[in-house]
Design a protein around this ligand. Sequence first.
Ligand code: FAD
Ligand code: NAD
Length: 159
Amino acid sequence: MDDRQFRQAMGKFATGVTVITTEIEGEEHGMTANAFMSVSLNPKLVVISIGERAQMLEKIKASKKFAVNILSEEQKEYSMLFAGQIKEKREINFGYLAGLPVLKGAIAQAACEVVNEHVEGDHTLFIGKVIDIKVEDGEPLMFFNGQYRSLVPEVNVVK
Ligand code: FAD
Ligand code: NAD
């Protein structure tokens, strides 16, 4: 099985899109991620998976905390920006939750402290204990088959 086949198959699993944010030495950093899962209710735990080549890896290892921002369907540009698909620099006016930078307008924000990490293959799984949460109304941005989608039928594919 080659990499393309694996990605093609995994791309059949429709997901939302998050931007993981953290701050280190006063500098905010964001990274688009769809490898996100709710893990436990008591205690409240989530998991994210960060690739070994991502700048975000060392930043979370150092800060020991991160926030998960679940993007709304209006935030496709943020997904592209924080995945490096938009090349020009943008000034982001971050909000703050429990001392962590977050993206205003995200339909949910969860501030987390790292309680465990596991290196698995070429990714590191970070288990985060959720210390604060904010929820807003809105429809989610979706990712399926390598493309952005919307749940709203009229729009179907976000332009
Ligand atoms: P960089 O490549 O340095 O940063 C990413 C981009 O964000 C750059 O363009 C940078 O300018 C911008 N940026 C960062 N911080 C700021 C800031 N403060 N102000 C303005 N701009 C800023 N990779 C994974 O490891 N795990 C996943 O689960 C995952 N899921 C993905 C899901 C989707 C839908 C997509 C499109 C990509 C996904 N990726 C995932 C890939 C990952 O988003 C990219 O490889 C990303 O570029 C890695 O970011 P980096 O930490 O190396 O940082
Ligand atoms: P794609 O078609 O590459 O992704 C489809 C699915 O394959 C993803 O949803 C994910 O489940 C899986 N996948 C892709 N790359 C992976 C990786 N390096 N490690 C583990 N699983 C991976 O989507 P695309 O639009 O071509 O993605 C844009 C870029 O973002 C690519 O470079 C891709 O590798 C990266 N990406 C990485 C991850 C990840 O690291 N977990 C997830 C999604 C996208």
